[in-house]
Design a protein around this ligand. Structure first.
Ligand code: N01
Length: 891
């Protein structure tokens, strides 16, 4: 419908002489607002940008404190949508200063003649959705109103300064400044006693420069932060050469990278590197002075594993001690309360060295909290320090503050956004909110935004939103709204991503912890820029999955659903496998499959160190069988777990599941003996079962020789190995031993029926396919034998079996037979717990250090094995955030 008609049919609320009618209204003239305006105009939408400040710049307009600079290299922190623009602007430094970035944004505004559609000094006071007119009505501080079909918040993530929450601020008789609202006039600090409260990025950037001017500087630090020297100067020649060698490809790599800067994915894990190698990597990063580099390039587990992270944090603390001369000050400046990177680290210029100056004092607020601000200074628990100036570098009500500050935003049915977000922000893709039609946010909570190069994320968000508006116009839709299902699914996916990283272990503005009373939760999308981009694209290719689209002359379209149901790392693995365009595994033949698996495994991260790994042979049912024994580093004797690898009875060996065995050996403190049983088609049914049983018997009888505890052993296995473990328990019961105290069955084969729902739902696309399972069965077992309990244990007698822990995965053809086995065991009186791993696929748990979200499952498996052995659970730091969710089935 033409806009003129919309205006004439608008309800009373949107009429009025002063009401400006536009297709799109944008709030904010920073990086996002300027690009939005440019794109909207080019696409033929009438638009207006409303900006509270007197000029363009957004965050770079307000944050003009001494030392303010970007902390992403400027060649990366710039618009890339127009190669001509890139050629027309030269940055003078590796990290541009605030004035230079502000000049750049002014240059962009002039180049594309943007200012004529920006209303400066205009603050929106209310935004209300008019359902009848399908338009937003905006009230402003000037009294003028705007009616728009689409309302886009380009308000940034860190634009709403947080009140200092300290008593007595208004009593102070000296000068008060906030880094986030620094005056435009020169602030003269020379000869004055200055206090800075806060040691986040703003404090750390400004402190060295304030120290140079002030007569004395006192820094009030509540939480120390990690900082890395920026080594500012000209842009590094190697990065510039890389960019200039193929600008388009460089930019494209940035768009698909994790953080929005093209660095390769690091593959070496911390425990594969020697102390010297790790130190050398840290020294290189220290010399480079690049946050994205130090956050992503040292070792692959630095951001996802507590131990891998601690190695890095220790090395950085050493650097602090090397720089700061007074040991007590160095200790106070060394962060211990959060993993490196979980809180935004800073780029500094002489920050730590500033504390060596005689005219700089650090007050550790952990030892002497601030009681109040007085007329003359700052009073702590121990003393009063008189000052002339107080600088609050106390941060922002991040991510939600800038959106909620435009209060009230009233959506469909009179819903208030503040109410909807009372318990934390709810969004779909970080771009939209259910109940708020035609409202978009750029870098909203739920988008990668602050965990990425903002410039790259902003361009992606803007392009996605404007492209949708164009597509809607072409199709005749006039309203778009996220569904509740899609929004809930995004919240789940966000939570899954957050489990993967260490952000959940720090109290930061990322989680809302810096604002008293604010709902807690990781607000930015932690899954990475490239994965996020692919998800947004998938929403479009799946007919706008999760959105309801309506228009006056077109049928409503609503493809409801969740865009990501897989765990984020499972999704990455499956996408990677799909990109490899492998032929069906079964088409390779048995030997070809074995070769492929050996090659595939060679490229995975090596397993973690354990106390000792011993290879040996044991007598099987018909000749010797190889085994590999994993011994914990703790003093023995240890309980023994007999382990059977996966591989459809066709491939694999005692080393195939090496990372899994190492991980479980470490988590349980038990010996794992992985058995190399014989394979089909050379050795068909019941060879694998009989080998498994014979091996278990021998291991139990030789427990003492192997360094194990005497008494019952446990069995465990994955996939076909789970089948062998289950069968071994039945044979041991029926053949008079050995004694088995518990069975851990991970995605086991338990039955020869192939018509359960999971076989159909997960027939293709999740690596273990239905046709691959058919092939395994055909190679191992003739149809006549398939109902034998030695291959279909679900058909055997289940009474009197050892207690069990059964793991099934949501996207696995074998899921339902695993569930059926757990239920049947419970019905037979066997104590059993079952874990249905949401979002996981058949191989999730054995892909240790690849599928990181598998940790929660393995924590629970280890607990179960320890329980089987009569031991209490063992937890390590970081496990708390990944609480397992198994159910104990009623026996
Ligand atoms: O804010 P912050 P910021 N009493 O929240 C302390 C971006 N940025 O403005 O940690 C005493 O990080 C607070 O202590 P604690 C960047 O993304 C980028 O520095 O809550 N202290 C903390 O030390 C950054 O992460 C650049 O215990 C109080 C500090 O104040 C984000 O903006 C430059 C307190 C606040 O640190 C925010 O940085 C600047 C109180 N009542 C900012 N309340 C670039 O380089 C708070 N604190 C691009």
């Amino acid at each position: 419908m033409p806009e003129a008609m919309v205006a004439s049919s608008a309800s009373e609320a949107t009429r009025g002489a002063a009401t400006q009618q536009v297709d799109v209204a944008v709030v904010g003239a920073g990086f996002a607002g300027l690009y939005l305006l440019h794109r909207l105009r080019k696409a033929g939408f009438t638009s207006v940008v409303l900006e509270e400040a007197a000029d363009v710049g957004g965050t770079w307009y307000w944050n003009r404190y001494p030392g303010a600079r970007c902390d992403i290299q400027t060649i990366d922190y710039a618009y890339t949508f127009d190669p001509e623009l890139e050629r027309a602007w030269q940055w003078s430094e590796k990290y541009a200063t605030q004035p230079e970035i502000l000049r750049y944004l002014g240059f962009v505004a002039d180049r594309y003649d943007l200012r004529r559609d920006i209303r400066f000094r205009t603050r929106i006071t209310a935004a209300t959705w008019d359902q009848t007119a399908e338009r937003w009505l905006l009230a402003t501080n000037s009294g003028a109103t705007v009616s728009c079909r689409y309302y886009i918040m380009a308000t940034g993530c860190l634009s709403s300064p947080k009140p200092p929450e300290i008593d007595g601020v208004s009593d102070f008789k000296g000068e008060v400044y906030f880094t986030g609202r620094w005056p435009h006039e020169e602030v003269k600090l020379a000869g004055k006693r200055v206090a800075v409260i806060g040691t986040g990025s703003s404090g750390i950037q400004s402190i060295p420069l304030i120290a140079e001017q002030a007569a004395h500087l006192t820094v009030f630090q509540r939480t120390p932060n990690f900082a890395l020297p920026a080594h500012n100067g000209p842009a590094p020649a190697d990065r510039v050469a890389l960019l200039e060698s193929d600008r388009a490809s460089y930019r494209e790599q940035a768009r698909w990278s994790l953080a929005g800067v093209p660095w390769p994915q690091q593959t070496a894990v911390s425990w594969q590197l020697s102390d010297a190698e790790r130190r050398q990597r840290l020294d290189e990063a220290w010399a480079k002075g690049d946050l994205v580099y130090i956050l992503t390039q040292l070792w692959a587990d630095q951001a996802v594993d507590v131990d891998g992270n601690a190695l890095l944090a220790d090395l950085i603390r050493e650097k602090i001690r090397e720089t700061v001369k007074d040991p007590e000050t160095a200790a106070a400046l060394s962060p211990h309360d959060h993993p490196f990177g979980a809180k935004r680290p800073c780029l500094d210029t002489s920050y730590y060295a500033t504390y060596n100056r005689p005219d700089v004092t650090l007050v550790n607020l952990r030892q002497e909290p601030i009681r109040s601000i007085t007329a003359s200074g700052i009073k702590t628990d121990k003393r009063t320090l008189d000052v002339d100036v107080i600088v609050f570098a106390t941060g922002f009500d991040a991510m939600t503050g800038a959106i909620m500050a435009v209060h009230p935003i009233t959506g469909r049915g009179g819903k208030s956004l503040s109410d909807v977000w009372a318990n934390g922000p709810q969004t779909y893709l970080g771009l939209t909110v259910a109940g708020f039609p035609n409202l978009f946010m750029i870098t909203g909570p739920g988008s990668p935004s602050v965990l990425s190069n903002m410039a790259v994320s902003i361009e992606q968000h803007v392009d996605w939103v404007v492209d949708r508006l164009i597509a809607m116009r072409e199709a005749g839709f006039t309203a778009i709204e996220a569904t509740e299902t899609a929004q809930a699914g995004w919240a789940q996916h966000m939570a899954d991503c957050a489990t993967l990283t260490l952000h959940r272990l720090a109290n930061t503005w990322y989680t809302g912890a810096n604002v008293p009373g604010k709902a807690q939760g990781v607000m930015p999308y932690t899954g990475g820029v490239g994965p996020y981009r692919s998800i947004c694209n998938e929403v479009v290719s799946h007919d706008m999955l999760g959105f309801k689209l309506t228009g006056p002359n077109v049928a409503e379209q609503c493809n409801d659903g969740e865009i990501v149901r897989l765990q984020p790392d499972v999704r990455l693995v499956l996408n990677m496998l799909a990109d490899m365009k492998l032929p069906p595994i079964e088409s390779l033949g048995a030997q070809g499959t074995r070769d492929f698996v050996a090659e595939f495994n060679a490229s995975r991260p090596a397993g973690r160190p354990v106390g000792e790994v011993v290879d040996g042979t044991l007598p099987g049912s018909d000749g010797p069988l190889p085994y590999r024994l994993y011994r914990p580093a703790t003093p023995g004797p240890h309980p023994i777990v007999v382990y059977f690898h996966g591989g459809g009875w066709v491939f694999g060996d005692q080393q195939t599941d090496d990372p899994f065995c190492r991980d479980m050996c470490r988590r349980t403190g038990m010996i794992f003996v992985s058995v190399g049983y014989r394979h089909a088609p050379e050795h068909r049914f019941p060879t694998a079962a009989e080998d498994g049983y014979a091996a278990t018997r021998w291991i139990a009888e030789h427990a003492a020789d192997l360094g194990g505890k005497l008494g019952p052993v446990m069995v465990a296995g994955w996939s076909a190995g789970g089948n062998i473990a289950a069968v071994t328990c039945q044979l041991a019961r029926d053949r008079g031993g050995p004694q088995i105290s518990g069975q851990l069955l991970v995605c086991p084969v338990t039955d020869c029926t192939f018509d359960r729902t999971s076989y159909n739902d997960n027939a293709t696309g999740y690596f273990l396919t239905r046709s691959l399972m058919y092939w395994f069965w055909d190679l191992y077992c003739s149809p006549a034998d398939r109902t034998d309990p030695r291959v279909s244990p679900l058909r055997g007698k289940l009474e009197g079996l050892p207690q069990a822990f059964v793991v099934t995965c949501e996207f696995d053809p074998l899921r339902d037979e695993g569930v059926a086995y757990a239920e049947a065991l419970a019905a037979a009186g066997v104590p059993v717990e079952q874990l249905n791993a949401r979002g996981h696929f058949h191989s999730s748990f054995t892909m240790v250090d690849v599928v990181i979200t598998g940790v929660s499952g393995r924590v629970q498996m280890a607990d179960a094995l320890r329980r089987f052995a009569g031991l209490p659970p063992e937890r390590k730091e970081g496990d708390e955030g990944v609480r397992p969710r198994s159910v104990r089935l009623a026996a």
